[in-house]
Design a protein around this ligand. Structure first.
Ligand SMILES: [Zn+2]
Length: 225
């Protein structure tokens, strides 16, 4: 058998940035189209349609690695079923650690949550490792030391993730809150986190600059690069 002299038609369109083609399927997501490069890390952002019908835009690499499997509906179902199945229950009652975990996810992801304005709405998020698994959260945080303790983020503008969280008492927390960085932007005072959001600069980048000794203003002026 020889193909000499014949043109073999492509069965698939050539793959595009991020190594995806429209129609590719990963878990609940189907690739729709390449959207743009993330200016922060050059990841290829694609639009996807979830089985449930919701459209999302997310880095192709996250979807290919299985980090993102759905629009979020899968996590919601998992949380529901895990809270029904085991719920880290002691004698049928949910443990304080479990309730902390649920509430943390709720205030970061559910616009109907009464605290969402101060968390999810200003860009505070829960890392994938914790959002997907109560067991991971408990392994990283350890048991709550006592009833007066709750989750504190070391950087008040930072996310819920292992290196930024620990159990703390209200006294410790209010002492730390005074250290939240405030900046002026267009004549308005706001938290550094909010300024990053408005300027569309990744918070991680700005905090990395602060650690290098930049002032908050310079860190913001440095833009996305
Ligand atoms: Zn979905």
């Amino acid at each position: 058998m020889s193909f000499a002299g014949t043109i073999v038609p492509r069965e698939h369109p050539p793959s595009q940035p991020g190594g995806l083609s429209a129609g590719d399927n990963f878990h609940r997501l189907t690739a729709v189209a390449f959207v743009r490069r993330d200016p922060a890390n050059h990841r290829a952002i694609w639009s996807f349609r979830c089985e449930c019908g919701v459209a999302i835009e997310v880095a192709a690499s996250w979807v290919k690695s299985g980090n993102t499997k759905s629009c979020g509906c899968l996590n919601r179902e998992k949380i529901r079923s895990s809270s029904l199945k085991h719920g880290n229950a002691r004698g049928g009652r949910k443990t304080p650690e479990y309730l902390s975990w649920i509430n943390m996810i709720q205030r970061c992801t559910n616009p109907l949550n009464t605290s969402y304005d101060r968390y999810g709405a200003v860009g505070i998020s829960v890392c994938d490792r914790w959002r997907d698994s109560f067991e991971n959260f408990l392994a990283d945080m350890g048991p709550r030391p006592g009833p007066e303790y709750s989750i504190e983020r070391s950087r008040g503008d930072g996310n819920y993730e292992p290196d930024n969280c620990h159990w703390a008492t209200p006294t410790e927390q209010s002492r730390n809150r005074r250290n939240v960085i405030r900046v002026r932007l267009d004549g308005h005072e706001m938290s550094l986190s909010e300024a990053c959001e408005r300027l569309n600069i990744p918070r991680r980048r700005v905090y990395a600059r602060l650690r290098l000794g930049w002032s908050a203003e310079d860190a913001l002026k440095g833009g996305r690069r």
